[in-house]
Design a protein. Sequence first.
Length: 117
Amino acid sequence: QVQLVESGGGLVQAGGSLRLSCAASGLTFSTYGMRWFRQAPRKERELVVSVTWSGRITYYVDSVKGRFTISRDNAKNTVYLQMNNLKPEDTAVYYCASGVDGAVDYWGQGTQVTVSS
């Protein structure tokens, strides 16, 4: 059974930082691309950042460029999202997802990030 478990969300003031983690189990992690999505209240879920199985970053949404960094540790079956200089508009539920060949096959349960102004 595949599981993706996010952690690291919370409440932070604008300008602060958080690091999200997504621990994967039940799959051969090193062969899966990983993505972080987010969904703000009353908005559609959007792709934030994407990394290939080998660690090549293939996408950052414009609004987070220069502030967010994705990384992965295949030895720990974990992908990270370092978020710096957070803004109130970054408030959302953040989800990690995994898939092969550009698809999304599995989702985590999400972790709430709230940025206060």
